[in-house]
Write a new protein. Structure first.
Length: 514
């Protein structure tokens, strides 16, 4: 009995708080949900991009023809097909055509990903067929025996094949950002994706007539939320060009990282009625700002638990900004180092269970064994995933996110949670974003945005709120915080900035000494 060490009350709350509602999923195959929308309203605009558009009927026909072509190339259920594109209408045809052929799509932004990364993806995911557009065909590293299909090459109509696909077949393979090493491919199934997109609150209430902004990199799992979340509900996808804010201004629904959202002014987005953020901790001031204008959902979940597996609608009057509770058919457990459930209110590592748990990493048995484990609480062959997020349950049953296990660092021998320092900085008047990093074993450095934040005031705020060893040696105000291609704060770029500045100061001091 894995709960016997808990009090009867905590045993009850373990399930009351940790298990999302059990609800049916209308269609466990994602592309069939899109096909239903096409059959119901073929003339509705499915997507628009830089003055051009595609109706649901057009999308259905073009993706049928592509699926037939893929079948002729030998693509079958269980296969992976590369989708190496930039944001565009052909991107959608490619994505849907791959799913109709029974394969999983493997997305990469061909304009941003370096050739070495594309080659790694081709090898790891074994994508015998890669889709792109003619403009970028020269960027695709194609081994012998592989096939390249350009999506802007017209295909005669042919009915889509009708392969036998199960909910446990792959929907997409996403490669994690690789900040701790080589990117790892994560296989995500139709069951995983349909469970978050076709139930609420993951469906975000999207309905026909809603315009959903497509702002994010296709290689990032939140882009699947934008794209498939829109198309499975009959909305219109507003695919951005270079101007993120321009797409957001005409949208009803925005899905973004906090970093991307912080560059958008809600006062200029009168249509927006629903916003969801995930991917990194959300500053409380940003959440409060948007929650005054729209239904604002703060969410959490790594790629391996299918976009997000906890959500919470936040209101400015809420005492805490939490990540809420598990989404339908999912569970969250707060466990100690021995994988035992902790009492309500105690901090531990969050493990995710239920239908969100992805199929695992491609070709990496060692990492699968480290991060996935049999679920002793659900049993019956279920697995759970180690998120490496720290959290605790509030007395009212909300999950409070306490940072990442890899954001807990030792400074002067003391354990410091970097996100706690950043949260204090973000409470300083005028500070929109903050990030804190460990520079070495003795010092922290913080970066705040915008550039007119007073660094002494910010540093004093940390000194007043946290122990002395949490106070950064330096607070650096910046007009903008650098971003990764996935719309998150680029911590490595910030550390390089500090090291470059230290090197310049050293050179200057040496020059003076001479």
């Amino acid at each position: 009995m894995p709960l016997r060490h808990l009090t009867p009350r905590d045993q009850h709350l373990f399930w009351a708080y940790g298990r999302g509602p059990t609800v049916p999923v209308p269609d466990p195959l994602v592309h069939r949900a899109v096909a239903r929308q096409a059959a119901a309203a073929p003339h509705t605009v499915a997507a628009e991009h830089q003055g051009t558009h595609l109706t649901y009927g057009d999308l259905d026909r073009h993706s049928d023809a592509l699926a037939a072509r893929l079948a002729r190339e030998g693509v079958r259920p269980g296969d992976h097909v590369g989708l190496f594109v930039r944001r565009s209408l052909p991107m959608l045809v490619g994505l849907l055509g791959i799913l109709k052929a029974g394969a999983a799509y493997v997305p990469q932004d061909v304009g941003l990903a370096p050739p070495a990364q594309l080659g790694h993806v081709v090898r790891t995911a074994r994508t015998r067929v890669v889709l792109t557009v003619a403009e970028h065909a020269h960027r695709v590293p194609l081994p012998d025996g592989h096939t390249l299909i350009t999506l802007d090459e017209p295909l005669p109509y042919a009915p889509a094949p009708n392969p036998v696909i199960t909910p446990d077949d792959g929907c997409y393979v996403l490669f994690t950002s690789g900040t701790t090493g080589r990117p790892n491919g994560v296989e995500v199934t139709h069951r995983n994706v349909a469970n978050i997109l076709l139930t609420e609150p993951g469906g975000l209430g999207i309905r026909p007539g809603d315009r959903v902004a497509q702002l994010l990199n296709i290689a990032f799992d939140m882009a699947a939320w934008e794209i498939l979340g829109c198309l499975t509900h009959g909305g219109t996808l507003v695919i951005r060009g270079k101007d993120i804010a321009a797409a957001a201004r005409t949208a009803d629904v925005i899905i973004a990282t906090p970093t991307v959202l912080s560059g958008i002014d809600p006062a200029l987005c009168p249509r927006v009625h629903t916003v969801a953020v995930a991917g990194e901790p959300c500053p409380r001031p940003l959440a409060d700002l948007w929650a005054r204008h729209a239904a604002f959902h703060n969410c959490c979940g790594p790629t391996e638990t299918t976009i997000v597996n906890t959500m919470r609608r936040h209101r400015p009057t809420d005492p805490l900004l939490t990540i809420g509770r598990p989404t339908p058919n999912n569970t969250v457990y707060v466990l100690d180092a021995d994988l035992r459930p902790l009492p309500i209110g105690e901090a531990g590592e969050m493990w995710a269970g239920g239908d969100c748990v992805s199929a695992g990493y491609l070709g990496n048995a060692e990492l699968n064994a480290e991060r996935y484990a049999p679920d002793p609480f659900l049993g019956a062959g279920h697995r759970m995933f180690r998120t490496r997020d720290l959290g605790r349950w509030t007395p009212g049953g909300e999950l409070e996110h306490l940072g990442r296990t890899d954001d807990q660092v030792k400074v002067r021998g003391f354990r410091v949670e970097l996100d706690s320092v950043s949260s204090v900085l973000e409470s300083v008047d005028g500070c929109r974003r903050a990030v804190t990093l460990r520079r070495d074993a003795r010092t922290l450095v913080s970066f705040v945005c915008p550039a007119d934040v007073d660094p002494d005031t910010a540093r004093d705020a940390v000194a007043d709120a946290l122990p002395y060893y949490c106070v950064p040696s330096e607070v650096v105000p910046l007009a903008f915080l650098p971003e990764t291609d996935r719309g998150k704060i680029d911590k490595q770029a910030l550390l390089r900035m500090v090291e470059e500045r230290v090197a310049e100061e050293r050179v200057a001091l040496q020059a003076v000494a001479r």
